[in-house]
Design a protein around this ligand. Structure first.
Ligand SMILES: N[C@@H](CCC(=O)N[C@@H](CS)C(=O)NCC(=O)O)C(=O)O
Length: 221
């Protein structure tokens, strides 16, 4: 039963799914690239796959199409339980899922193409104001991660204890995404430590946007 992943190098939501796939040693049979910078997500061919016109989408076997990176990662967790990316205890799972949502629900949506396009094309805000907007929400996320990692005894080498969880995938995606807007992790020592630990792992390193086919050597905005 073939697995097909719709992807693009720059998509941070797809980074999350790529990292989860790599950690679980699952290799999609087919990668379909949808160029977000050319607006291919809005063309009929992809709209028929995912009417919400966003990446990632994944089809496992005879379908149906799966959408939303968290839902896809949880599907992978359920279908490929080893290594586990959620702790066993309900409170630990709640903390990990909460940490995920800081990036997935709160910060990342503020910087996706459709939002940036609306700010520029409809609200007619200039590029410096747009960048101020994006950086504001990304800074909020980095601050939130730093506070959670520092104030909770559940933190360890990784976000939650010493095993990689979905929270680390989301934190790493947030840090990489912020770097595309020239925001570093200076001033966030716990975030820096966890991010560095993640990126030493081949599964994360291989998922990095700049390691994907079609990626440039560096990005600004
Ligand atoms: N909450 C969604 C976000 C999906 C999303 O916004 N993906 C971006 C790329 S990272 C996208 O395809 N954007 C298309 C657009 O904004 O036009 C998820 O986690 O999968």
């Amino acid at each position: 039963m073939a697995m097909k992943l719709y992807s693009f190098w720059r998509s941070m939501a797809t980074f999350r799914v790529r990292a989860a796939l790599n950690l679980k040693s699952v290799v999609p049979d087919e990668l379909v690239f949808v160029d977000l910078l050319k607006g291919q997500q809005r063309e009929d061919a992809y709209r028929e796959v995912n009417p919400q016109m966003m990446l990632p989408a994944m089809i496992d076997g005879d379908g149906p199409m799966m959408f939303q990176s968290m839902a896809i990662m949880e599907y992978l967790e359920e279908t490929h339980p080893h290594p586990p990316l959620l702790p066993r205890d309900p409170k630990g799972r709640a903390r990990v899922r909460g940490l995920c949502q800081i990036a997935v629900s709160d910060a990342h949506p503020m910087s996706v193409p459709r939002v940036r396009n609306y700010i520029t094309n409809v609200l007619k805000l200039e590029q410096p104001t747009l960048l101020q907007w994006v950086r504001h929400w990304q800074t909020e996320a980095l601050r939130a991660y730093e506070t959670h990692l520092t104030n909770n005894t559940g933190s360890g080498r990784y976000c939650h204890g010493d095993q990689i969880t979905l929270a680390d995938i989301c934190l790493a995606g947030q840090v990489v995404g912020s770097s595309f807007f020239e925001l570093g992790t200076e001033g966030y020592p716990a975030v820096t430590r966890v991010f560095d630990a993640c990126m030493q792992n081949e599964a994360f390193a291989k998922a990095h946007p700049l390691k994907q086919p079609g990626a440039p050597t560096s990005v600004s905005h």
